[in-house]
Write a protein of this length. Structure first.
Length: 92
């Protein structure tokens, strides 16, 4: 058995009929931030089948933190990226 080199973070994008179109734009935005930060080998992005949360479309998840978000707009992505990919949390 061969051990695979897995990224430390994985972003899952629901690709169901309600989420798919909007998550296409969300993936593009995340991809740009990942490239900008030089994290291509640290973060992977995957499309997944419908999560059956259509009322919350578009849905994404960030693993291994096991956090799920609904109604994700492109405007929210920089903050999600900072909080969950870069590991910085905004002080209130």
């Amino acid at each position: 058995m061969k051990k695979l080199d897995a990224p430390s973070k994985v972003i899952l994008f629901c690709d169901g009929s309600k989420c798919g179109k909007e998550n296409k734009h969300n993936r593009k935005t995340f991809r740009g931030l990942i490239k900008e930060e030089g994290l291509k080998n640290e973060v992977d992005m995957l499309k997944i089948e419908c999560t059956d949360n259509c009322k919350c479309a578009p849905v994404i998840s960030i693993q291994p933190d096991n956090v799920w978000f609904g109604e994700v707009s492109e405007k929210k992505i920089p903050q999600l990226f900072e909080d969950y990919i870069l590991g910085k949390t905004k002080k209130e």
